[in-house]
Design a protein around this ligand. Structure first.
Ligand code: GNR
Ligand code: NI
Length: 168
């Protein structure tokens, strides 16, 4: 088991756009295992490769209470199936300590590949739909703070920069 360091806002590496996964070999399995370990240890419900400084289109999610239902999405794409927005208090392992309401479409259909490279489709609503959209945003270099007012975003940036200076 290996834990990977998680990048924190405003690290510019969180702004990179990830490239599609093309190699479904053993290296991918190791990366997925390490991302799951890192997500569970950090008590997150999702983790995108971008957050651990790997700029490939891959994310892991587990929204179960028991933490025994990992979902792995490789090269994910989604379409909105219900435009109606739902508000959710989002947090992010890359923006530790901050939670703010974000509105996103309430139901989506995701197409992705599994670790073996097999394509699958899945409909998601509720928290799973929120989480998948949040993670795919990471792969595109976006963060939930981008949906907030510039003032709120700047306050969060300043507080985190101050903490990073303290621990540096
Ligand atoms: O652990 C997480 N919780 C969470 C709560 C509400 C909306 C999205 C999330 S995802 C987050 C983990 C994370 O940062 N994934 O990128
Ligand atoms: Ni996040």
């Amino acid at each position: 088991m290996a834990l990977l360091p998680i990048l924190e806002f405003p690290d510019p590496r969180l702004r990179k756009v990830a490239a599609p996964v093309t190699d479904f070999g053993d290296g991918l399995r190791t990366l997925v295992d390490n991302m799951l370990d890192t997500m569970y240890k950090a008590e997150g419900i999702g983790l995108a490769a971008t957050q651990v400084n790997v700029h490939k289109r891959l994310l892991v999610i587990d929204i179960s209470e028991e933490k025994d239902s990992p979902h792995i999405f490789i090269n994910p794409e989604f379409e909105v199936i219900e435009e109606e927005l739902q508000d959710y208090q989002e947090g992010c392992l890359s923006v530790p300590g901050f939670f703010e309401e974000v509105s996103r479409p309430r139901a989506i259909r995701v197409k992705a590949r599994d670790q073996r490279g097999e394509e699958f489709e899945h409909e998601a609503r509720g928290l799973l739909a929120v989480c998948i959209q949040h993670e795919i945003d990471h792969l595109d270099g976006k963060l939930f703070v981008d949906y907030l007012s510039p003032l709120k975003r700047q306050r969060i940036r300043s507080k985190l920069e101050k903490e990073h200076r303290k621990s540096a």
